[in-house]
Write a protein that binds this ligand. Structure first.
Ligand SMILES: [Zn+2]
Length: 333
């Protein structure tokens, strides 16, 4: 089955749906860095060195990898295929003999899902997260960590995560991942809003992304859930409870039967991502419960590219969460 991605008769392929062009862009990382800079320095603009660094990146042709400067910077390239990344994986015995030429991130993740044990898979996710942080450190600050430093950081994060999971029963961190979409049917445009919160309701991260050429509300909702799951992998989150208010999509993903519908391939992609993490849950919530994600989705339509916030979000999303927390307190008191 094909996903109706294109009206131009292009052949089917899997794409990274985080950006309009289907490739991981420096722009979204730039937007993230802008947000972090603003938060840390009270709105001060970039220093000269950072500006030069950015100029160097913008000067690169298209999306060339800023590390090896030779291949396009797709997600699978950064996490896996890049020669610098291969140095990291080569030091972990279980990955030493793996092939390097995965077509995209989904293909890599599926193979990991079938070949690895749950602990190995969790370690792989942590290593990817660590590699991604190293890339940002190089792009924004000009420091490039050694493969051993990347592995040491991943191992430390991995043991912390496992301690959390294996701690006192009932004390495990529960992450609330909300996804949502705003679908403009006439123009085929949609906005994705993802708000990730911990069990206390505090923000772990948020994401807004516009997406074009969408043909149905079901498809829009599916894309939003897929992006929410990849976002949680990027954040290195192990225990996630996804809450979506699109019942048809939630039911389709949770169903055991093969999906032969028009959007069946998209549903299958989501199932594969979910299958890799046995502890991930996907449930349906009422639209009113998902208010902050809807606020994010509405905003996304006005964005030209994906933007990400860590432990933060757009002011409208923060306000929505604040209102909700105040409301909950009133109910409880
Ligand atoms: Zn590279």
């Amino acid at each position: 089955m094909s996903i109706p991605l294109s009206n131009r008769g292009a052949s089917d392929r899997r794409i990274w749906n985080a950006s309009a062009r289907g490739v991981f862009s420096v722009k979204s990382a730039y937007a993230l860095e802008c947000t972090l800079q603003k938060r840390n320095e009270g709105g001060k603009s970039f220093s000269g060195a950072a500006n030069r660094q950015w100029k160097r990146i913008w000067d690169l042709k298209d999306n060339t990898c800023p590390v090896c400067l030779s291949e396009p910077e797709t997600v699978v390239h950064v996490c896996w295929g890049c020669s610098a990344t291969a140095d990291v994986w080569g030091r972990i015995s279980v990955f030493r003999k793996w092939r390097r030429d995965f077509y995209d991130f989904q293909a890599l993740w599926e193979e990991m899902g079938t070949k690895l044990k749950q602990e190995e898979l969790e370690l792989a996710a942590t290593v990817m997260h660590s590699i991604w942080l190293r890339r940002n450190e190089m792009v924004f600050n000009g420091n490039f960590q050694s493969p051993n430093a990347v592995i040491a950081k991943a191992q430390a994060d991995y043991s912390v995560n496992r301690e959390v999971q294996e701690g006192v029963p009932g004390a495990a961190v529960r992450i609330l991942g909300s996804e949502s979409r705003q679908f403009d049917k006439d123009r085929g445009r949609m906005g994705i809003g993802v708000v990730v919160r911990d069990s206390e309701g505090a923000l772990i991260g948020s994401l807004v992304a516009p997406k074009r050429n969408v043909t149905s509300a079901f498809q829009a909702e599916g894309h939003a859930l897929h992006r929410a799951m990849v976002f949680c992998i990027e954040l290195g989150l192990m225990h996630v409870c996804f809450e979506g208010d699109a019942k048809a999509v939630v039911d389709a993903v949770n169903s055991e039967t093969e999906d032969n519908s028009w959007d069946g391939q998209l549903i299958e992609d989501i199932r594969q991502l979910k299958a890799a993490y046995l502890v991930w849950k996907l449930g349906f919530v009422r639209r009113s419960v998902n208010a902050s994600a809807h606020v994010a989705a509405k905003l996304a339509v006005f964005f030209s590219c994906e933007s990400v916030w860590l432990e933060d979000g757009p002011s409208e999303v923060r306000k929505s969460i604040m209102d909700e927390l105040v409301c909950n307190e009133l109910i409880q008191s």
